[in-house]
Design a protein around this ligand. Structure first.
Ligand code: ZN
Length: 145
C-alpha cells in the first residue's frame, strides 16, 4: 500500500489547476519502504523547477534538476529516501491519464534502473487526487486510489 504524507499532499494540491490561467505542474515522489511490510510512504515531492515545460495541458519535467534533488535526498537519508514515481496536475475535476501519460509512465517503468517492482503515478485533479500503480515486471498500470 502507498501512503502519501500530509505535507507532500498539500504541496501537490497547492498546484491544482482550479482557475483558467493555471498551468500544469509536476515533479517526482520520494519516500520510504517500510521494512517488513508491503507499505511505502511518500515523504516528499519535488515541485516545478527552472527548465520544466509547463503548459495548460502538458507538463514536461526537465530531468537534471529533479534528479539532483533525488540524489541529494537519497544521500542525505543514507539510501532510505528513494524515487517512487511521478506526479502532475490536470485541469479536470476527476483526473484520468492521457494516452501520452500512459506512454510516459510505461517508458519510466522500463528505463528507471530501480529496485522496486512498483512505481506510482499521481494526478492531481481539481477535486480529486488519484493514484496509479505500475508493475514493472508485467507492464500493467492500475488505479489504486
Ligand atoms: Zn497528464
Amino acid at each position: 500500500m502507498l501512503k502519501i504524507d500530509e505535507e507532500p499532499l498539500a504541496r501537490m494540491r497547492a498546484y491544482k489547476q482550479d482557475s483558467k490561467e493555471k498551468l500544469e505542474a509536476g515533479g517526482v515522489l520520494l519516500g520510504r519502504f517500510i521494512i517488513s511490510s508491503k507499505n511505502l510512504v511518500v515523504d516528499k515531492v519535488t515541485v516545478p523547477m527552472i527548465g520544466d515545460k509547463r503548459e495548460r495541458y502538458s507538463f514536461i519535467r526537465e530531468e537534471k534538476m529533479h534528479q539532483r534533488l533525488i540524489t541529494k535526498n537519497w544521500e542525505a537519508s543514507n539510501g532510505t529516501c528513494n524515487y517512487l514515481g511521478e506526479w502532475h496536475t490536470h485541469p479536470e475535476s476527476y483526473p484520468r491519464p492521457s494516452e501520452q501519460d500512459r506512454k510516459n509512465w510505461l517508458e519510466i517503468m522500463k528505463t528507471r534502473t530501480f529496485s522496486s517492482l512498483y512505481l506510482y503515478f499521481v494526478i492531481v485533479g481539481i477535486k480529486e487526487v488519484r493514484v496509479w500503480e505500475g508493475n514493472r515486471k508485467t507492464g500493467k498500470i492500475k488505479r489504486i486510489y
